[in-house]
Write a protein that binds this ligand. Structure first.
Ligand code: MRU
Length: 346
C-alpha cells in the first residue's frame, strides 16, 4: 500500500500564504501552487486548480484573508468597503457550488465586527471552516456507512473525496469508513467526462489507500446495475435545495434514474454548508456552462471532428424523489422532502 490519501490536503495555509494542490496536473504530478493575491485565488477556482464544493469554499475563505491583508495595508480606514470588490470577484468564480457563497457570507459576517488588523481574526475563522469541514466528513462517513446493510460494491461519480473537501471526503468519506468496517468491498468509479475527475482523482485516492477501484465509462453504468454488481450509488453535491433536490456533477441525474429503475439505492453525502435553504427547488440552482473545448479536446488534443460544436453543462439536478438518503453531519434524511430538510437544518 502506498501513502494514504485520507490525510491529503487540497488546500493548505502555510508560511502566511495559501497553497493549492494543482488538481489539473494529477495524478501525474503532485504540485502545490502558492497564492498571495485574492484575484489569483479566484482564477484558480475558475480554472479548477482547486475544485469540489467544500474545497472551493475553504479556498475562498483563505482568499479573503489575503484580500483583507492587502486592503488593510492600502488603507486601514477603508478596507471594509474596499474588500467588497474582492468578495464579488470570488463570488463570480463559479456559480453552482453554494459552499463558495456560504464561506464568503460567513467571513463577511466576521469582518463586520473587526477593529484593527483583520488578518488574525479572519485567518482563525478560515481555519475553523477548514477544520469543521474535516470533522463533518468523518461524521458523515460514519453515518453513511451505517446505512449500508451488507457488504457490497458501490458506484461513485466525479470526485467527492479528500481532494474535493477540507480532507477525508464526503462520498469517499463514506467509502473510507465503509471499507474500514467491511461494508464496502469495492468501488466502481465513473471516469466522469469531460474533466475526468473519476479517472484522475477518485482512482488516485482509492489506489493509494488500497481500496479496490474499477473505472468505467459513464455509459457502462446501466449495464453494471443490470448485472446486479452494485447496491448503492454514492455521490457528493454542489448544492441541495430546500426540497432535497440535489445538484451535482453532470451525469449524476442519469445515474439516479438508472438506480431507480434497477432497485439500486442512491445516497448523497454533503455537509450542511452545501444545503441552500433559500432555494425552494433544484429549478432555481444556477448550472455552470463550461467551455466546449473541455468536450472537444482531450489532454490538449482535439478529438472531435472539426466543425462540431459541444454543449458542456458542468452540473445537473437530481429530483429529491430519486434520492434514498441525504447524509450531512447534522444527520441523515431518508426520502427527502421539504419538511424533513427543514427539521434537519433547524
Ligand atoms: O466541477 P467540480 O469538479 O468542482 O465538481 C465537483 C462535484 O460535482 C462534486 O461531486 C461535488 O462538488 C461534491 S465534492 C465533495
Amino acid at each position: 500500500m502506498q501513502e494514504s490519501t485520507a490525510a491529503v490536503r487540497a488546500v493548505v495555509w502555510t508560511n502566511e500564504e495559501l497553497q493549492l494542490l494543482d488538481q489539473r496536473a494529477l495524478p501525474q504530478l503532485v504540485n502545490y501552487l502558492s497564492y498571495r493575491e485574492v484575484d489569483a485565488v479566484a482564477t484558480a477556482i475558475r480554472e479548477m486548480v482547486v475544485r469540489g464544493a467544500p474545497a472551493i469554499g475553504i479556498a475562498a475563505a483563505y482568499g479573503i484573508v489575503l484580500a483583507a491583508r492587502a486592503r488593510y495595508a492600502q488603507s486601514p480606514e477603508d478596507w471594509k468597503s474596499a474588500i467588497e470588490a474582492d468578495l464579488r470577484t470570488l463570488a463570480e468564480a463559479r456559480p453552482t457550488a453554494v459552499n463558495l457563497f456560504w464561506a464568503i457570507e460567513r467571513l463577511r459576517g466576521v469582518l463586520a465586527g473587526i477593529e484593527g488588523d483583520p488578518e488574525p481574526v479572519l485567518l482563525a475563522e478560515a481555519r475553523r471552516i477548514h477544520e469543521q469541514d474535516i470533522a463533518a466528513n468523518h461524521r458523515m462517513g460514519e453515518l453513511g456507512a451505517a446505512l449500508i446493510e451488507r457488504p457490497c460494491a458501490i458506484l461513485t461519480h466525479c470526485n467527492a473525496g479528500a481532494l474535493a473537501t477540507g480532507g477525508y471526503g464526503t462520498a469517499l468519506g463514506v467509502v473510507r469508513a465503509g471499507f474500514a468496517s467491511g461494508r464496502i468491498t469495492e468501488v466502481y468509479a465513473d471516469e466522469t467526462r469531460p474533466w475526468l475527475q473519476g479517472a484522475r482523482l477518485t482512482a488516485w485516492e482509492m489506489v493509494q489507500e488500497g481500496i479496490p477501484v474499477t473505472l468505467q465509462a459513464e455509459g457502462a453504468a446501466a449495464h453494471l446495475m443490470k448485472q446486479g454488481r452494485i447496491e448503492w450509488v454514492i455521490v457528493g453535491s454542489d448544492r441541495i435545495a430546500a426540497n432535497g433536490d440535489v445538484a451535482n456533477k453532470i451525469g449524476t441525474y442519469g445515474l439516479a434514474v438508472l438506480a431507480h429503475h434497477h432497485g439500486v439505492k442512491f445516497m448523497v453525502v454533503a455537509p450542511s454548508s452545501t444545503v441552500d435553504m433559500t432555494i425552494a427547488s433544484g429549478d432555481d440552482i444556477p448550472i455552470e456552462q463550461r467551455s466546449p473545448d473541455e468536450v472537444l479536446t482531450l489532454a490538449g488534443q482535439r478529438i472531435a471532428a472539426e466543425g462540431a460544436g459541444a454543449w458542456n453543462p458542468a452540473f445537473d439536478v437530481t429530483p429529491a424523489a430519486l434520492v434514498d438518503a441525504i447524509v450531512t453531519e447534522r444527520g441523515v434524511v431518508l426520502k427527502p422532502d421539504p419538511n424533513k430538510m427543514r427539521d434537519m437544518m433547524s
